[in-house]
Design a protein around this ligand. Sequence first.
Ligand code: ZN
Length: 373
Amino acid sequence: MWCLVWWFVGVGLRSTLRRTPPTCTDPPGLRTCADPPGSTNHRPGMPGTPITQQDPTPQALCRSGAGRSQIAFRPRTRRRCPSVVLVSTENPHPRLSDVTAAFESVYPTAWAASWDAVGLACGDPEQTVGKILFAVDPVEAVVDEALLWGADLIITHHPLMLRGVHSVAADTPKGRIVHRLIRSGTALYTAHTNADTAAPGVSDALARAVGVSGPLRPLDPDPTDPEGRRGIGRIGVLEQPLVLHDFADQAARGLPATAGGVRVAGDPGRLVTTVAVSGGSGDSLLGAARAAGVDAYLTSDLRHHPASEFVEESGSPALLDTAHFASEWPWLTDGSARLADALAREAGSWAANVEMRVSTTVTDAWAQAFGRG
Ligand SMILES: [Zn+2]
C-alpha cells in the first residue's frame, strides 16, 4: 500500500513542498503509517492510531453504535494509505473555499448530471479546514465519526439533499444532520456524478479494487469528452483469466465486507477475462455491458427481473451484484489523494496542515442478512 505524506514546512522551507516516499503497509482503512519513531519510514506528524481493527478478520463485522459497523477488510492486495497530512507552521489551515476550489479542479461540478446536487451543502467558505473526512453517505453515523475526530469538513459521494426541501427542522433525520453540522462548525461537500464520470473516477477505483486492470475505458462514455476517457463505468481485463466463482471471491476480498456480500448470476465455472464495472446502481447499463461483449458485469442494486432476463439470454455476461456502499467506497481513497495533489499543486501556504481520513463506517443500508442459502 502506498501512503502519501505531504510536508509543507513553513519555517525555513516556506515555499517548498515535497512528496515523501511511500511508507505505509497497513491494511486499507487503517489510517496508520504507524512506523515507530527512529525507524527508516517514520514521518513526524503522521498519525499513528488505527481507527479500526489492527488485524481484520475476513468476513467479520465489528458492530458499533447506531447499528452501524466498522469495515472489516479481506485484504487481497496492498492499497494506498488513505491518510494524508500537509504540515506548515506558518499558516495553519486553508480556507474551505480554497479546499473546494482545489477539489473542483479535479472533479468539476459542471461534470455532474443535470439532476444531481453536488458541491458545498453546508459550511462557511471563509472557515478554515484542518481535518477532512471522506465518506460515501452523509448519515448520522458518519457525522458521529466526523465530530468525534474533530473534522472540519466531510466530503461525501452521496448528496444529503438530492431533492428540494422545505424545512431543515431538527425533528427530521436530514434536518438533524444539518443542525449538528452547523452547531459543530463542520462543513459538508458532495462529489457525486462528477466523481463518477471523472477519469480517474469512482469506477476506476472499483475496477482496481476487484482486480480489473487497464487500460480502462468507459462503459458509457461522456460525449462531451473528446478524449473519450470520462464516462460512467469502466471496462478492463483481469490480470489472468479466472472462473466466475474465483473472480467473485477475488472481488469480495477487494471490497469492504457487507452483510449481503457479492451475489452472482451465471455459471460459476465460466471463464472470465474481460469485465465491466460500474460503481453504484448500474442496471441501466446492462445493455451496454452486453454490447461491450464482456464476460462479466459487476455493479450494485440489480433487480430480480432485469437480472434474471439478462442472464437467460444466450451470450450475456455473468452478473455480480455488490452492496452499493461497497462499490463506491474504494473511490474515497482516490478522492483524498487527488485532493492532496490538487492542494499541493496550488502550493500556497494555505495548503498546509490538512489531514484527511477515509471513513470506515459501513453505511450500507442492508446491515444484516438472514437465511442465506
Ligand atoms: Zn451511489
